[in-house]
Design a protein around this ligand. Structure first.
Ligand SMILES: Cc1cc2nc3c(=O)[nH]c(=O)nc-3n(C[C@H](O)[C@H](O)[C@H](O)COP(=O)(O)OP(=O)(O)OC[C@H]3O[C@@H](n4cnc5c(N)ncnc54)[C@H](O)[C@@H]3O)c2cc1C
Length: 398
């Protein structure tokens, strides 16, 4: 049945991007080709934090895509941000995650729960990419079990005094970090559970001590550190959202972050597909292009299947979020499927490239190292499955 005669054609189900969204995608793609791809291998080798490119992405408006215009954003939604993250991540995953984390974990909680003063102070620099920010939840004792955190904040007059430590925190100690928002135990709830509050800690506050950058397997050029808080004092006006609502707020912000991580994974899958298509046509073995062998062409066909399904999952979740509709389950599904699909795809892409794929000079080699963290950050695959199971009505452990 042709679309013209299909009575269901006008039900509102559409996979067409608007003209503006298509233009945005093309613009980010061009930026990535011109500014990121030529230097990506070198950046990976040196590990240098790429301040200049991050700020150039900021001037292009990539950090403000999903935020209101009054603070320097462009008034789009999660879908626009996902389109940009896919294109940046297709060229370099470290820059893709810096874009994701500074928007999703740095700016979004302030845009959502901040007071007018907090928004005024922190958002303009973040949405124009001149500064980055992080969110510290994970602790040495564990990231999945968020309620078990040990970092404490106690009120002393009109100041919080924070003591404790955080692990693996992004954008918390870079030369352009504006602040890090942290969760801390601030008391006990009537039911005996810890009261957890979110507090904004400006960079340079005495007692806020970001450690050396972590030496990571992948994402080689991100700013990622462990943090120590020693009698770190910040005004009580730096409380983000209501006291005691810290965990709920953070977990709410994570849903959007999970969709954005899935978009980063789609960028990796698409990048692998593009590289393998090119290489399989050029590289010869036994007198024929390797792409003529089914053993190789089937791998590449499977990459195209994963790219399409993962992208569909991301667009669906982002579209629901932008409609203001519930999208938690779609976010978990997109994150779980896209990250595992990316890890499989990167492994297969290295296989297509043979020895060259095992070099950091090759994009697929760098993707192979970058892939694993997609199944861990912003909730592991096990945690996504656990959350999907709960939404399906499966019982919680006692
Ligand atoms: C590069 C990088 C960047 C990061 N950025 C940030 C950041 O910016 N901010 C931040 O707060 N955190 C950040 N993290 C931390 C990340 O979110 C955690 O590593 C992740 O949530 C897992 O926590 P964990 O490492 O403590 O593992 P654990 O929680 O100790 O889990 C260990 C293993 O046990 C499994 N497991 C745990 N509980 C269950 C369960 N109930 N059922 C089944 N399996 C379970 C996990 O899935 C995992 O396989 C980052 C981590 C890395 C490596």
């Amino acid at each position: 049945m042709s679309p013209q005669t299909n009575p269901a054609a006008n039900t509102g189900l559409s996979f067409e991007l608007t003209k503006e969204q298509q233009d945005l995608r093309a613009r980010v793609h061009e930026f990535a080709q011109q500014r990121i791809t030529p230097v990506a291998a070198d950046m990976y080798r040196t590990g240098e934090y790429p301040v200049e490119i991050i700020q150039a992405m900021g001037r292009e408006g990539f950090f403000g895509l999903s935020f209101p215009e009054e603070y320097g954003g462009s008034g789009g939604g999660l879908l626009e941000l996902c389109l940009a993250i896919e294109e940046v991540g297709r060229a370099d995953q470290s820059l893709g995650i810096t874009l994701e984390s500074s928007t999703g974990l740095g700016a979004a909680p302030i845009a959502r729960w901040g007071t007018p003063e907090q928004k005024e102070r922190w958002l303009p620099d973040l949405l124009t990419g001149q500064k980055v920010a992080g969110f510290g939840l994970t602790e040495p004792g564990g990231g999945s079990d968020t309620v078990g955190m040990k970092t404490r904040a106690e009120l002393d007059g009109d100041e919080w005094v924070i003591n404790g430590s955080k692990s693996w925190i992004g954008n918390a100690g870079s030369p352009i970090t504006s602040h890090c928002t942290v969760t801390a135990v601030t008391g006990t709830q009537p039911d005996g559970r810890p009261e957890i509050t979110t507090i904004i800690v400006p960079a340079g506050t005495p007692g806020f001590e970001p450690q050396e950058r972590n030496d990571l397997v992948g994402w080689r050029t991100i700013d990622n550190r462990n943090l120590v808080f020693r009698d770190c004092r910040v005004p009580v006006s730096h409380t983000l959202g209501e006291r005691g609502q810290g965990l709920r707020n953070f977990l709410g912000a994570l849903d959007g972050g999970r969709v954005a991580i899935a978009a980063l994974a789609v960028g990796m899958i698409q990048g692998c597909l593009d590289e393998c298509l090119r290489y399989a046509g050029e590289r010869e073995a036994f007198g024929r292009a390797i792409g003529t062998y089914q053993g190789i062409s089937f791998k590449i066909a499977d990459m195209a299947v994963r790219a399409q399904l993962a992208r569909d999952a991301v667009w669906r979740a982002a579209w629901l979020a932008d409609q203001g509709r519930p999208y938690s389950q779609e976010a978990y599904i997109a994150k779980l499927f896209a990250s595992e699909a990316a890890a499989t795809t990167a492994r297969e892409a290295v296989q297509v490239f043979g020895g060259k794929g095992f070099s950091n000079e090759s994009l697929v080699g760098r993707f192979y190292r970058d892939a694993k963290i997609l199944e861990i950050g912003e909730g592991t695959s096990e945690v996504q499955r656990m959350l999907i199971g709960r939404l399906l009505g499966l019982p919680k452990p006692a």
